[in-house]
Design a protein around this ligand. Sequence first.
Ligand SMILES: Cc1cc2nc3c(=O)[nH]c(=O)nc-3n(C[C@H](O)[C@H](O)[C@H](O)COP(=O)(O)OP(=O)(O)OC[C@H]3O[C@@H](n4cnc5c(N)ncnc54)[C@H](O)[C@@H]3O)c2cc1C
Length: 449
Amino acid sequence: MIANEQKRFAQKSFWLNSYGHYEANPPLTANIKADVCILGGGFTGLSCAYEFKKINPNATVAVLESKVIGYGASGRNGGFSMKLFGLEPEVTVMRWGEQKTIEAHQYMMQAVKHVQQLVEEHDFDSDYQHPGMLRVAYSDRQLQRLGSSYELFQKLGIDSDISWRAKEKLADEFNTDKFLAGIYESETGLLNPAKQVRELKRICQELGVQIYETTPAIDIQEARTITIATPKGRVTSDKLVIATNGYSHTLSGVKLKNQQLPIWTYQIITEPLTSAQWQAVGWQRRQAFEDNRHLVHYFRPTVDGRITMGGGRIDVAYGSNMDKDSNNSAWQHCEEHLKWLYPQLQDIKIAYRWGGPTSVNLDMTPEIGYLNSNKIIYSCGCIGHGVSLTHLNGKLIAQLLSEQSSDLTDFWIVNRKAIRLPGDIISWCSAKVLSQGLALADKFDERHL
Ligand SMILES: Cc1cc2nc3c(=O)[nH]c(=O)nc-3n(C[C@H](O)[C@H](O)[C@H](O)COP(=O)(O)OP(=O)(O)OC[C@H]3O[C@@H](n4cnc5c(N)ncnc54)[C@H](O)[C@@H]3O)c2cc1C
């Protein structure tokens, strides 16, 4: 790969940029046959490739990644391996009812465990830690919503790993009086996403998965077999997995255009804090935390003593345009919010700023489905909470491909009939109006702060 291209891909996040030298695999330059072809070299695609090869050691599996492994959300995220399913449990209950919300919670508990086990079993060098996470409220209205969520978790019996944190305890721990209360969830891990996704690449290759980078699928045709065209070669496969998440609407030859919409979230990271700065902010147990706004902010420390945070603003692109990775006003908002929360860090420098697309669908619920026949499986709709989810989804899809039936394949997101998005203009306008409405609602909730 030419050096400039490599540099451009690495600029997509702090994690990719600080990864060090990365040797991408060569692109596909021939016509090949595979039992299974997988599009997308993120958590979903690689986890699926690995699990499928484990079940079917003699099968030929080819992964095509249009840029480099981890180029998408998997190499750019906050690294919270968390239990949140869809947008909010309240939304899941409203749309799907209590029983399905409980099942989704159980799936996510399993997903977080699955990531942790994978890291331990294969000795991943991905800075994994398991400090848990807090959801905190700054305003009375956020506090009210936090209390209702807590009651909902208790009512549904999905509160085994959560506990309420009063203001005084949080003030002690975080040296701030801005947190009115919080919910602590012990089952949350933190990792370096670029390292994690490239460790997945390693274990895939150890099993013999063929991975082609800088190899975009430019057309897909389904007949007796499936033909995936790329710029310099073609894959003919019996089955295809579309693990392109927020990019899925851009694919040619399959009907995924109205299945999901990419919504961008933005993140910043500080220079490493000095020990005096860490002492000033408290944060003794180095958990992750999010606030309870409509457009949440998410915060976490890194193993080299930085703080990375993001959220508070989102953006949407029109049609198949994917050029929204930069957003000065979102980054400025993040920096202002960080310094509002921690005036102690007024002089801290921001070392890196980035953004990336998550996949959002109309009913704010992850989805795994079949296209046309049972030969093509797609996965989308991570709703910005997909680190653990997509690892386990990969395993689920591997079982579907292998025609196995299990607790995973019985999960109700499989082959659910998702409501399709309307056309580009209506989808774009609605997303814009919704994001501005949520920002206004947050402003109103926080008007006294
Ligand atoms: C800034 C940010 C912060 C986030 N923070 C968190 C968090 O802390 N916790 C959490 O749970 N979730 C978080 N998420 C969401 C999480 O990162 C995603 O849910 C998850 O990584 C999705 O993985 P994936 O493999 O399905 O998709 P992706 O990682 O997006 O992979 C899709 C891949 O498909 C490739 N591709 C696209 N088109 C083609 C084509 N035509 N041919 C071949 N390949 C193609 C892309 O290049 C990409 O690499 C965040 C997302 C972002 C953007």
